[in-house]
Design a protein around this ligand. Structure first.
Ligand SMILES: [Zn+2]
Length: 638
């Protein structure tokens, strides 16, 4: 089988031209799935606006100093908690292998005047990244317990059904202005500590005690980041947008705020509030008692905490947009339909995009299902489905297929609805569920693999017979190729790589892998060669044959974050060059061959060798050209 390149040579050139243009910045829009091309100077001045507005200070310290400081604090605390950081597995669980400083970038708000930016801190691979994720899982259950919590519009719809609406009720929505940066850290940590101590389910989630959790949170909230032009800032208060723990921490603080100022006796308007439901910073309110009282309440609630400021949106002609719904008030009920902002691009995965047919049709089916759930009126549903038809045809979907999918959906949606009602009845009659009765045709295992048109469909069929499911993972998208918002790194600072180093004087090479930065691994190699204390394949080859290595000829064969997968990839390359059990020194400098591979992989060796040859063609030595031709097989693969 041959894997085709999806992009034409012309498209590749276009991509290269766009990405090498330094006068522009390509970034995502805040909402609506659009991509924004912004003048670089404009982008930087919008970034400055954000920095001036929030609790940020320019930090004169160097990146390495800050990274070392955070690393030291973190390791000291983890050691106090009896975590054995000398154990490779433990270290991998809690610490980043080669941490980098977080970076701030902007999402452009295309739905607002002058297109301001929303600042986001990308925390991936910063020293506290892994700990933050663990803490998020520990804190999330506390956030969900909140009285006002709704996960999405479906949940709000359920709440609406349970409330009797009076003719003079009104709807409004409150929005907390820049919620995350407004959360006061000290107060929030104090509340979180109390909540953790009161949580008797905490031992089910972690064996860490509340005090240690708070100490880790304090370290994680020390946020330093770089901007696109390389300056370093420190955030002095508020939770950073983009850090995973900011979500639950904001919820925990807002829950406290609501208990203090909304649900409590001190709130003289408490009985006016029929519904107060919050999805992070968006609050839906159903209010009785008239406009004037609502105004007073709004002013009052903005007065209690200077950091937490609300904006209000009132219903217009009895209609209020909230989340992705439009809510219309009738004298005795509220009906919903789907709502889209005007700036929504109506772009979904294009029909020609490299995804399986099932996945693409799944998006349409999902949106049809959502329409059924959110549209109360038949005419709204029909209008929404007509819109979906037009939008998907405009996204390149064949007209006949769209119509067929829509036609079939009426039946499947009806079945789903009947199943849901039956399930409800079953649950009320017989509340205990029997786990073994539930879904019988579930897959036991699942393979995550990139999608390759024409090949993946067959693979899916074959694996289905073995009760193994296939989930396609998205690898490189056009978007991630053009959108580069991190300050540039040195090429040798690339980490998580499988690398290839050729000998300058013969055809032998070294293939290795590292989770660290390549530059650090290279330094280690050089040190081992100099000191001769440790066994080192490259050093042995250089000494025994009097050959030279030129480090600049190195090639990265693969970038892979998962260390197991990285070792497998390394072994695949090693085996392709040296299939026999004994190592042939004329082919490999490695003293060992890596992981043992199953026999069936041998079949792929010619293809892998071909890949290797292409990847390293620029760096292979020039002098022994004839040797090269003889040693590497010329007819490779199909
Ligand atoms: Zn050599």
């Amino acid at each position: 089988m041959k894997i085709k390149n999806i992009l034409s040579a012309e498209n590749h050139k276009l991509l290269k031209d766009i990405t090498s243009d330094t006068s522009i910045v390509i970034c995502p829009a805040d909402k609506g799935k659009a991509i924004v091309i912004e003048d670089r100077d404009n982008y930087l001045s919008k970034m400055q606006d954000q920095l001036d507005e929030g609790d940020y200070e320019l930090d004169g310290r160097k990146e390495k100093t800050l990274l070392d400081k955070l690393h030291k604090k973190l390791t000291t605390q983890l050691k106090i908690m009896d975590i054995d950081l000398d154990d490779k597995k433990e270290r991998y669980k809690y610490l980043a292998a080669a941490p980098v400083l977080a970076n701030m970038y902007l999402l452009i708000k295309v739905h607002k005047k002058n297109f301001p930016g929303r600042a986001v801190v990308n925390q991936t691979d910063d020293p506290t990244y892994k700990i933050c994720k663990i803490l998020t899982d520990i804190l999330n259950p506390l956030a969900i317990q909140s009285r006002s919590y709704i996960e999405n519009s479906f949940e709000l719809k359920k709440v609406l059904k349970s409330v009797t609406v009076a003719p003079d009720d009104i709807q409004a929505s409150f929005d907390v202005r820049s919620l995350y940066p407004s959360i006061p850290i000290q107060k929030t940590l104090q509340i979180t500590r109390e909540r953790l101590y009161a949580d008797d389910k905490l031992p089910d989630r972690t064996k860490w005690n509340p005090d240690d959790i708070i100490k880790l949170l304090e370290i994680c909230l020390e946020t330093h980041f770089k901007t696109l032009d390389g300056r370093i800032y420190t955030q002095t208060d508020g939770t950073p947008i983009g850090k995973s723990i900011s979500g639950p921490l904001a919820d925990i603080y807002m829950d406290w705020f609501e208990n203090e100022y909304i649900y409590s006796d001190s709130n003289e308007f408490r009985d006016n509030i029929k519904i107060w439901k919050r999805s992070r910073d968006d609050i839906y309110i159903l209010w009785k008692g008239g406009e004037e009282a609502l105004d007073c309440f709004f002013w009052r609630v903005n007065y209690v905490d200077p950091r937490i400021q609300f904006t209000i949106e009132r219903e217009n002609n009895r209609v209020l947009p909230f989340l992705d719904m439009s809510l219309k008030r009738y004298p005795n009920k509220i009906e919903t339909k789907i709502y889209r902002k005007e700036t929504h691009t109506q772009k979904y995965i294009h029909w020609k995009s490299n995804h399986s047919k099932n996945c693409k049709l799944g998006i349409l089916k999902g949106l049809i299902h959502r329409a059924h759930l959110l549209c109360d009126r038949k005419e709204d549903l029909l209008e929404e489905i007509q819109l979906l038809k037009d939008v998907f045809i405009a996204n390149g979907y064949p007209k006949k297929l769209v119509e067929k999918t829509v036609n079939q959906s009426w039946k499947t949606e009806l079945e789903k609805e009947m199943k849901r009602i039956a399930e409800e009845i079953r649950r009320t009659e017989q509340p205990v569920t029997h786990p073994d009765e539930e879904e019988t045709n579930e897959y036991y295992d699942c393979l995550y693999a990139p999608y390759i048109q024409g090949f993946s469909e067959n693979l899916q069929k074959d694996l289905k017979s073995l009760n193994v499911g296939v989930a396609f993972k998205t690898t490189k998208t056009l978007f991630c190729m053009v959108c580069k918002l991190r300050p540039k790194r040195e090429v040798d600072d690339q980490k998580n790589v499988v690398y290839h180093i050729p000998c300058n004087s013969c055809m032998s090479c070294y293939i290795g892998e590292t989770g660290n930065k390549f530059s650090a691994r290279k330094y280690q190699h050089e040190y081992d060669i100099r000191t001769q204390k440790k066994k080192n394949g490259i050093g042995d080859h250089m000494r025994s044959k009097k050959h030279k290595i030129n480090w600049t000829n190195r090639t990265f064969l693969a970038v892979e974050k998962d260390w197991k997968l990285r070792r497998i990839k390394e072994s695949i390359f090693l085996n392709s060059l040296n299939p026999s059990t004994e190592i042939d020194a004329s082919k490999l400098m490695n003293p060992e061959k890596g992981m043992e591979m199953a026999e069936c992989w041998k079949e792929f060796n010619p293809i892998v060798r071909d890949l290797l040859k292409k990847a390293t063609s620029k760096s292979t030595p020039k002098s022994p050209k004839k040797v090269q031709k003889r040693k590497l097989p010329r007819k490779i693969g199909k």
